[in-house]
Design a protein around this ligand. Structure first.
Ligand code: PGA
Length: 252
């Protein structure tokens, strides 16, 4: 059985004290939670060690929002996968559309970052998704196929078993306009088929594929009830304890 996951991508929000407070209040609210959804808190880098130290809940993990594609060296301002691992992170987001859009990250760079993450025992959450223009031009499947092929499907099957995929249509991120459950299911099934074609049915069936883009308590149940949607990567709604916890509870 594949893992169900709800991950909160805080992006560049919450100062240190606010971040610690948010993590603590989520942990507190999940005190009696014994459902089967794994929760990943993904704060800014500087919060990770402290939050990891304060989390004692077996279902809550911590992740980073990005890592560098090289192991170490003269790359001022960057953070390596090994640093994340040694600071207590278990997961790392790779190829978020904001990284692709604002920092020019390519599928090839994502592939190098994924390899760094895996070499350092981090589980990559690899993000794919089409822009509005691409969807309008009926290029959605072509774009996703290329992001998958160039970004992650070059791994061998054993490594791929440690990958989480997030489908995040760029037009849905932070816009309040989520994909419909049919749109999400269609793309998730397509992604799973790509994985099956490259590896095996078993590996495809075991891969967790998250939906991201304006996921909220009000649409989480219908999105997560789709057969190929295994949870969510949550931006805005992960900054509020009630909203985030309600999204977690929606992932049965
Ligand atoms: P959103 O962001 O939930 O605020 O749309 C999702 C994401 O960027 O991961």
């Amino acid at each position: 059985m594949r893992k169900k996951i709800v991950a909160g991508n805080w992006k560049m929000n919450k100062n240190f004290q606010e971040g610690v407070e948010l993590a603590m209040s989520i942990q507190q609210r999940l005190n009696n939670y014994d459902g089967n959804c794994l929760v990943v808190l993904i704060p800014p880098f500087v919060h990770i060690t402290k939050i990891r130290e304060l989390i004692h809940h077996p279902k809550i993990k911590v992740g980073g929002q990005n890592c560098h594609d090289k192991p170490s060296g003269a790359y001022t301002g960057e953070v390596s996968a090994e640093m994340l691992n040694s600071a207590g992170a278990d997961y790392v987001i790779i190829g978020h559309s904001e990284r692709r859009q604002y920092y020019g990250e390519t599928n090839q760079l994502c592939y190098a970052k994924i390899n760094q993450a895996l070499d350092n025992k981090l589980i990559p959450i690899y993000c794919v998704g089409e822009t509005l223009e691409e969807r309008k031009m009926n290029l959605t499947f072509r774009v996703i196929e290329q992001q998958m092929r160039e970004g992650v499907l070059g791994l061998d099957g054993e490594d791929f078993k440690n990958i989480v995929i997030a489908y995040e249509p760029v037009w849905a991120i932070g816009t309040g306009l989520n994909a419909t459950k049919e749109q999400a299911q269609e793309v998730h099934a397509f992604i799973r088929q790509q994985i099956e074609n490259q590896y095996s049915r078993e590996i495809a069936q075991d891969t967790t594929i998250l939906y991201g883009g304006s996921c909220k308590p009000t649409n989480a149940v219908e999105l997560f009830s789709q057969p190929d949607v295994d949870g969510g990567l949550i931006g805005g709604a992960s900054l509020n304890t009630d909203d985030f916890v309600n999204i977690i509870l929606a992932n049965q």
